[in-house]
Design a protein around this ligand. Structure first.
Ligand SMILES: CC/C=C\C/C=C\C/C=C\C/C=C\CCC(=O)SCCNC(=O)CCNC(=O)[C@H](O)C(C)(C)COP(=O)(O)OP(=O)(O)OC[C@H]1O[C@@H](n2cnc3c(N)ncnc32)[C@H](O)[C@@H]1OP(=O)(O)O
Ligand SMILES: Cc1cc2nc3c(=O)[nH]c(=O)nc-3n(C[C@H](O)[C@H](O)[C@H](O)COP(=O)(O)OP(=O)(O)OC[C@H]3O[C@@H](n4cnc5c(N)ncnc54)[C@H](O)[C@@H]3O)c2cc1C
Length: 661
């Protein structure tokens, strides 16, 4: 689509784009993380969208279960080949964002790229990396991450798969002792992978040392047949991601060499002696790494959904605001603005938090190389909290965007249903959100109780700021609003700690008291993480070197985000005295003013996300706004439209209609 050719474009969108008062390219660079990143993303996307191999012969929704898998595997394999053919020197994980939309509805090689290779990088020692890293990067072997079992996903310590060391032959015996120990869910496990990293309970010298990672060959490298002692299969249709072959796996006393235990952090020596790691949760490192990646992935899903909803809201006319006048664009309704524009603001919140988290992760990883694990709990807490809030915010945001598109948003061709199912899964996988938030709460309570002890953990240092509890601000600057979030989080943590202590003082065991307070603890974790996101948003926008136009847009979006979230949880702000009822009323009024200020810029802001039509894949969100013709053309692709009278009519309907004659 030639974006300079207005003749092919919907008139409403032309008018919207003429209202733009900022430099779109500059905002695109901010979204991508710099000019060079924009250029690289475009280079990759051009390479992909001009390649006919990525086209589907028929829309996926009309394919059989087998054909969907096969079609997606074809494209995934082609994509991997294409990326491998690219000049070297690029980190493929840096490029993952550029690939959004090219593969639809889960792809069978995703976990190979996002977990198997990272697991080898993070858990294997140098000899093991020598053996498996190159092969997996060259796609000579394809792997997955097999941790979850039928009986246990959340509670990793409860996994039942066993790896028992036999020093006589220096092998581990992998065994699935019960039906509930069957590995269940891993992406690509059913039919695609020939290797995997298995998390199993390590037994040596008669003792269990807990879950550890092992690399296991599953299928013959020539015939692709499952190896003896291994049962593999696919788990069946899911809410979404149905092009992937999520699988199951059972071991029947399957033997692997001792050197297949991934030994970067802990080891089992030839005689069976266990050497413990520097920190006993280092074996959970792959999960933590992916949680960081999920924050960025969620921001991209939301960019897709909100691009579709915003453009559609500019094109769609319905009802009337002024009686008797022409039907307005639905984007002119304040309630529609309230659906769509906070989601645009949320995209930037997620982008800036993802970047901040990624920096922290790099510095923790660098420290780990020197044997320093001090900041691991801080990273665990932040990555858990941000994974949870980003996935729930993005899922809700995508759903709101679907609702904002009325009936057409329910159509598969809008690409909103698939965007939703591809986002909501992140609430569950890689640590179910409630469970991760309770991990954050655990860290908060522990940190609150150790006030005064220097831990170097900056995300919780505010918990020591007891004086702020008594003070409410009369100023409404963005900084002051962020302070209100801080106060709200601090006061919730203080309340939860006091409630826990009271129950313990009354004679309850701590773990019962914990469960009894867990709804409040969840709120603490959410408030703390929201404060973190708001603080990063405000700081990033404040310190941004940008033109006035871009800065103004981002300031307004940031302010909208702060006020929007205050209004959603205003009870917490009132309860702690951070804001008064009058303050809330004023802020609610200002939120509506901000919607009006941002409304004329909305289309241009989503244009700055720069998502090519071919990747957006939506009849409603295309750049030219030619919505109705596209909806009609897509409908014609339905196989039911191949004939005027379907066979089913003769088989079922005709006999029914004639039966009473
Ligand atoms: C590169 C990627 C790019 C992009 C990504 C984009 C898209 C996604 C791509 C792929 C994803 C696809 C599919 C999903 C795959 C999966 O789902 S894999 C399976 C994931 N499974 C989970 O996440 C399980 C969740 N459960 C857990 O992590 C743990 O069980 C638990 C953390 C909830 C609890 O662990 P326990 O061992 O029981 O610990 P505890 O008793 O609760 O706590 C003891 C102390 O340990 C601390 N702790 C726990 N975890 C960590 C950690 N990772 N690091 C540091 N510390 C940790 C905890 O805080 C406790 O500390 P105390 O000081 O309080 O004692
Ligand atoms: C699309 C998809 C892809 C996946 N890919 C993989 C993969 O590649 N590899 C892999 O190993 N796994 C994978 N998984 C599995 C995934 O990681 C687990 O489903 C997830 O960790 C949740 O565990 P669970 O299913 O046991 O849920 P459960 O823990 O059974 O959760 C059920 C409910 O119990 C609650 N609950 C559980 N424990 C607690 C607690 N301590 N406190 C309070 N509430 C609690 C939860 O909040 C939830 O409401 C995938 C899952 C999905 C949906």
């Amino acid at each position: 689509m030639d974006k300079n050719n207005e003749r092919e474009c919907n008139e409403d969108l032309i008018r919207e784009r003429r209202k733009c008062n900022f430099n779109i390219e500059e905002l695109t660079n901010i979204v991508d993380g710099g000019k060079a990143r924009t250029a690289r993303r475009r280079e990759i996307q051009r390479l992909l969208i001009n390649d006919p191999e990525f086209l589907d012969e028929i829309p996926q929704d009309y394919m059989s279960h087998e054909d969907r898998y096969s079609n997606e595997l074809r494209k995934s394999a082609h994509l991997m080949q294409k990326l491998a053919d690219q000049e070297s020197g690029h980190d493929i994980h840096q490029d993952i964002g550029a690939l959004t939309g090219i593969l639809k509805d889960g792809n069978p090689l995703m976990v190979h790229l996002s977990m198997f290779i990272p697991a080898i990088l993070g858990q294997a020692n140098s000899e093991q990396q020598e053996k498996w890293l190159g092969r997996s990067l060259r796609n000579e072997i394809i792997g997955t991450y097999a941790q979850t079992e039928l009986g246990h996903g959340t509670f990793v310590r409860g996994l039942e798969t066993r790896a028992t060391y036999d020093p006589t032959v220096e092998e581990f015996v992998l065994h699935t002792p019960t039906i509930t120990a069957t590995k269940w869910w891993p992406g690509g496990l059913g039919k695609t992978c020939n290797y995997c990293v298995v998390m199993a309970q390590l037994y040596t010298q008669g003792r269990c040392y807990g879950p550890h990672p092992f690399i296991v060959q599953l299928r013959d490298e020539e015939t692709h047949r499952s190896l003896p002692g291994i049962t593999l299969g696919e788990i069946g249709p899911r809410l979404g991601l149905n092009s992937n072959d999520n699988g199951f796996l059972k071991f029947e006393n399957h033997r692997i060499p001792r050197t297949n235990m991934l030994m970067k952090h802990s080891q089992v020596l030839k005689d069976g002696t266990y050497v413990k790691p520097l920190h006993n949760k280092l074996s959970y490192g792959t999960m933590m790494l992916v949680r960081v990646g999920i924050v960025g992935a969620c921001s991209r899903s939301l960019q897709y959904a909100v691009t579709i909803a915003t453009r559609y809201s500019a094109v769609r006319h319905q009802s009337e605001i002024v009686p008797g006048q022409p039907e307005p664009q639905i984007l002119d309704y304040q309630t529609q603005q309230y659906k769509v524009i906070p989601q645009i603001a949320s995209v930037f919140a997620l982008i800036f938090s993802a970047r901040s988290l990624s920096k922290i992760q790099s510095s923790v990883t660098a420290k780990l190389k020197d044997g320093n694990t001090d900041l691991l709990p801080e990273l665990h807490s932040l990555s858990s909290g941000l994974k949870a809030l980003s996935s729930s915010d993005a899922s809700w945001g995508v759903e709101v965007c679907r609702l904002a598109c009325g009936g057409h948003g329910y159509l598969a061709s809008s690409n909103l249903p698939r965007t939703y199912t591809g986002t909501t899964c992140a609430i569950t996988y890689e640590g179910e959100n409630t469970v991760l938030l309770l991990q954050v709460a655990r860290y908060l309570i522990k940190s609150y109780r150790s006030i005064g002890k220097e831990t170097g953990a900056s995300s919780v240092s505010y918990l020591a700021d007891q004086t702020s509890l008594a003070s409410s601000s009369s100023s409404f600057s963005n900084k002051a609003l962020v302070q209100a979030f801080k106060l709200s989080a601090l006061s919730l943590v203080a309340e939860a700690e006091a409630r826990l202590q009271k129950l313990c003082d009354m004679g309850q065991e701590f773990y019962h008291a914990w469960n009894y307070c867990s709804v409040l603890l969840l709120k603490c974790a959410e408030a703390h993480t929201r404060y973190y996101i708001c603080e990063k948003y405000e700081q990033t926008v404040d310190s941004l070197k940008a033109s006035e136009g871009v800065k103004n847009v981002l300031q307004s979006l940031c302010r909208l985000y702060l006020i929007y979230h205050i209004t959603l949880t205003h009870g917490d702000f009132l309860k702690c005295g951070a804001l008064t009822p009058r303050n809330i009323a004023v802020l609610e009024g200002e939120m509506c003013d901000l919607l009006a200020v941002l409304r004329p810029q909305a289309v241009s802001i989503v244009d700055a996300f720069d998502i090519p039509d071919e990747l957006l894949g939506s009849t409603l969100g295309c750049w030219d706004g030619n919505v109705y013709q596209r909806l009609y053309d897509e409908a014609l692709k339905s196989p039911l439209n191949k004939t005027d009278v379907p066979d089913a009519y003769y088989k079922y309907l005709l006999p029914l209609m004639k039966s009473s004659l």
